[in-house]
Design a protein around this ligand. Structure first.
Ligand SMILES: Nc1nc2c(ncn2[C@@H]2O[C@H](COP(=O)(O)OP(=O)(O)O)[C@@H](O)[C@H]2O)c(=O)[nH]1
Ligand SMILES: [Mg+2]
Length: 194
């Protein structure tokens, strides 16, 4: 049986005032464009079309809210790290993210989606600092491990854990294609959502 049999899209927010009501508990997914965020959301919730998967990194800067169960949400934050976006777009992204992290009381934790072939970057580290500074939990999914051999995957896991060793951040390997790490990710989410 699906862990979230009633998961459904709730709403999109392009502006601060459009966030869904701040009740209950929610988990935010963040990461670079093309890191595998939408794919991870789809396989974790077992809904193939829930979050759209793109080959070309999208420029839409929307916060998408999904309801996992009553008063339990998954939030798809707009991706970052896309080199060619205009300065204005980047400023808007920053303002929307800062607003979200500053006001959101229902936020319990951040799932940080990192391409295992790239490893943790400066912007990923900045996202972690934001949530840790606000006393929220964080868990890193090192995605697309089917593209690495086992030795390289274990090395990036080790390096990422080492980079976060003075924090409570946890890290795991993940592959949507190979079905690796699904239960581990769901267990973290279940723990956070109580
Ligand atoms: N090989 C492999 N490709 C993946 C995996 N997860 C995502 N991708 C691919 O990576 C690309 C970007 O994925 P997407 O989920 O749209 O990334 P997002 O921009 O972070 O939402 C797509 O072509 C996906 O099919 C994975 O686990 N393994
Ligand atoms: Mg996406």
């Amino acid at each position: 049986m699906s862990t979230y049999p009633t998961v459904k899209f709730l709403t999109s927010a392009a502006e601060a005032h459009q966030l869904s009501p701040d009740t209950g508990l929610e988990i935010a997914f963040a990461g670079r464009s093309n890191s595998g965020k939408s794919t991870a959301i789809n396989v974790i919730t077992q809904r193939s079309g829930l979050a759209r998967v793109s080959r070309t990194p999208g420029r839409t800067q929307l916060i998408n809210f999904f309801e996992l169960a009553p008063d339990r949400r998954l939030v798809d934050l707009p991706g970052y790290g896309f080199a060619k976006v205009p300065h204005k777009v980047r400023t808007r992204w920053l303002q929307l993210m800062e607003h979200y992290f500053n006001v959101r009381e229902s936020l319990v934790g951040l799932m940080l989606i990192v391409d295992s072939r790239r490893g943790l970057g400066a912007q990923d580290a900045a996202m972690l600092e934001w949530v840790l500074a606000r006393d929220r939990q964080a868990h890193i999914l090192l995605t697309k491990t089917d593209k690495l051999n086992r030795r390289d995957a274990l090395r990036v896991l080790h390096d990422t854990k080492a980079a976060c060793s003075d924090t409570a951040v946890t890290t795991q390997l993940f592959s949507a294609n190979a079905g690796q790490g699904l239960e581990e990710a769901r267990t973290v989410m279940e723990r956070w959502l109580g």
